[in-house]
Write a protein that binds this ligand. Structure first.
Ligand code: E4P
Length: 221
């Protein structure tokens, strides 16, 4: 399972990269807006992200019509070969995904909330589909059930599209995705940090060090 960071923050991306677990980055317009950069600097910001990761930087179009999305997608893809263009799951979005596949541009179909949407995006030629599991959970609908359903459907139908589980809110989302054989997860750095810590690891380490110091008081660690 690949790990993407759901962030447009350079410092966070560098921190995740240093952990040795980073396979890519997903951004969205809301995440970009948090970065306080002028609009004219957005493409340069994507360049900086691409310089940190080996591949897979999702950059989302802002247009919603076919012509506008296509124009933006080509401009985004021209920034760096690592860019994957994020296209919303709409009727126009499907047309754009299909055209971009023919042009050899990778796409990430975003805002997927049902198996029907995922099947259409895969058929249209999306490289990735992003089911938003946390936002489904927020509406008292089990997001992990959608992931389970998609894992079965995509395996049985040999779709050439990767499931990229998004809108991840806590470690159990990631563990469930791994159990279900999801191709990729994207999550905030805060969730990765929560996965690192366990109180028994902390107390166990304290005990090991205290025992060592008590037995060998003269030796520096
Ligand atoms: C995915 O690509 C999206 O950027 C993201 O996962 C949305 O997460 P949220 O529901 O926490 O905003």
């Amino acid at each position: 399972m690949l790990f993407f960071l759901d962030s447009a923050c350079i410092a966070e991306i560098e921190e995740a990269k240093a952990l040795g677990i980073l396979d890519g980055v997903t951004t969205n317009p809301s995440l970009l807006a948090k970065e306080n950069i002028p609009q004219a600097a957005i493409y340069d910001h994507y360049k900086k992200i691409c310089a940190i990761v080996d591949d897979n930087v999702s950059a989302e179009v802002i247009s919603t019509d076919v012509t506008g999305m296509l124009q933006e997608a080509h401009a985004l893809a021209a920034i760096d070969a690592k860019i994957v263009v994020k296209i919303p799951m709409t009727k126009s979005g499907l047309q754009v995904i299909h055209k971009l596949q023919a042009d050899g541009i990778r796409t990430n179909c975003t805002l997927v909330f049902s198996a029907g949407q995922a099947i259409l995006a895969a058929k249209a030629g999306a490289s990735y589909i992003s089911p938003f599991i946390g936002r489904l959970d927020d509406l008292s609908t089990d997001g992990s059930q959608l992931i389970q359903q998609l894992s079965i459907i995509f395996q049985k139908n040999y779709f050439n599209t990767q499931i990229l589980a998004a809108s991840i809110r806590h470690p159990m989302h990631i563990i469930q995705c791994a159990q279900q054989g999801v191709d990729v997860i994207t999550c905030p750095l805060s969730v990765i940090k929560k996965m690192i810590h366990h109180p028994l690891t902390d107390s166990g380490l304290q005990t090991f060090l205290a025992d060592y110091r008590a037995a060998f008081p003269q030796q520096a660690l």
